[in-house]
Design a protein around this ligand. Structure first.
Ligand SMILES: [Zn+2]
Ligand SMILES: [Zn+2]
Length: 441
């Protein structure tokens, strides 16, 4: 597991990160100090001198990193700072990529993480928040030997963190002994953490780098696949079908087409002695002809069950509940609620906006609301339709008081940015999912 720890200067994040890494037997890396290595690259100081002159060197000619730091802090957005950042960022990336490749388990400590491309990686994210700025300034004054006015000025330029991005938030009151408790809680949390992988977000067809709806959740040994639309199995490790539970929200092709690939692979793996237990497949009860077809498939190694509104499914670490929703006259369709590790995740499946009230009630206070958003307002469909717009998805998330909205089920040819912009006008904490995204929830 990769762990990112971040927090403002003086938050105490580095102390905690070091202790956590030691306790877990992970490698600890202070990314800032990785950056310092940039000055050892041949030619880089000459480049820096071209940009900043002799101001960044001591009288004896030695390079002075602090002097450069002062200039960077004072100028921030100047052209020469930008040029210098481009130069060092390239080097930093090579170093960070190397660290991530070489270490399976690593704790990376860096103030700037949320501003980098790495923030989208599958990493367990910890924010260390000082109990008060007074305490933090006191700590910094002791550590950095600078004036309070300077610290306050420096602080104005520091970055703000979005708390909902984090898996764990520590409020640090600088009582060292409490770190042990924090670390114990983090370890317990990590064991139960839900890993969420996106396999498909498009409809009605798959492209080379996209697939129809499918999402994969792991909680410890519990493995749950929500829908498996066309092309989505390409983003799943088909060699590993052990312990797999497949739940289909409704039997439209864009949500279950790949089910037959999974079933046939299970048959083959079983014959090779590489699958010990049957896969479990859970389907709505209708259309009966499709359910019968899946149930009668001989070349597989799976149990097939049906569920309805009253079903409460216990799958290892997770409990699943279902809400019948209107979407198509030809079949039963369900929204699915997954409760695990103290979290609630609601997946809407496909739906009409007429479900708004019932669904908001079903999803009340959920941590993550994964909603279809097939249309944009501009398509001018009637308000009540078989699918919803991004704005309607956002209105539902808002009504449900969900903590976070994840948009999916995009028209395959539409620019996803348009859905995101439309939803954010109504509900700010929204992201648009894309294939191969991974999150710890
Ligand atoms: Zn669909
Ligand atoms: Zn559908």
């Amino acid at each position: 597991m990769i762990i990112f720890i971040t927090g403002k200067s003086g938050s105490g994040k580095s102390t905690l990160a070091r202790q956590l890494a030691e306790k877990m037997g992970y490698k600890y890396v202070d990314v800032d100090s990785v950056g310092h290595g940039v000055y050892n690259i041949p030619g880089i100081l000459e480049q820096a001198e071209k940009l900043f002159g002799r101001d960044i060197f001591d009288e004896d000619g030695a390079f002075n990193r602090k002097k450069l730091g002062q200039i960077v802090f004072q100028e921030r957005h100047s052209e020469r700072i930008k040029d210098f950042s481009d130069l060092t960022w390239h080097y930093m990336q090579i170093e960070i990529d190397k660290l991530l490749k070489e270490n399976e388990n690593i704790v990376l400590d860096w103030i700037l993480f949320p501003h980098t491309k790495y923030w989208n990686m599958l990493a367990y994210k910890i924010l260390v928040k000082p109990a008060s700025d007074e305490l933090r300034f006191k700590k910094l004054l002791e550590r950095d030997n600078v004036k309070l006015e300077y610290l306050k000025l420096r602080d104005k330029a520091s970055i703000e963190y979005n708390e909902s991005d984090f898996n764990y938030i520590i409020v640090n009151d600088y009582v060292e002994e409490k770190n042990k408790t924090h670390i114990k809680h983090i370890q317990e949390q990590i064991e139960k953490t839900i890993c969420f992988e996106v396999l498909g977000t498009k409809s009605p067809f798959a492209l080379a780098d996209s697939a129809c709806p499918s999402y994969f959740l792991t909680i410890g040994k519990t493995r749950i696949l929500l829908d498996c639309g066309s092309g989505s199995h390409r983003f799943f490790d088909m060699k590993k079908l052990d312990n797999l539970n497949i739940i289909i929200s409704h039997l439209h092709r864009d949500h279950y087409n790949d089910l037959y690939n999974y079933m046939y692979t299970a048959y083959s793996l079983k014959n090779l002695g590489r699958l010990k237990e049957k896969m479990n497949i859970y389907l709505p009860c209708s259309p009966a002809s499709i359910v019968d077809d899946i149930k009668s498939e001989k070349l597989t190694y799976s149990n097939v069950y049906t569920f309805d509104n009253t079903t409460k499914l216990n799958l290892g670490e997770a409990t699943l509940e279902f809400l019948d929703i209107s979407h198509s006259n030809e079949m039963d369709c369900y929204a699915i609620k997954i409760k695990a590790s103290g979290k609630q995740i609601v997946y809407t499946g496909d739906l009409s906006y007429s479900n708004k009230e019932r669904l908001a009630k079903f999803a009340k206070g959920c941590d993550v609301f994964i909603s279809e958003s097939s249309f944009l307002k501009g398509y001018n469909f009637p308000e009540i339709n078989s699918h919803i717009t991004a704005a309607q998805a956002a209105a539902m998330a808002k009504e449900a008081k969900a903590k976070r909205l994840m948009l999916t089920h995009f028209w395959a040819e539409e620019d996803v940015a348009n859905y995101l912009a439309e939803a954010k006008e109504v509900f700010d904490n929204t992201i648009a999912l894309k294939e191969q995204d991974k999150f710890y929830l």
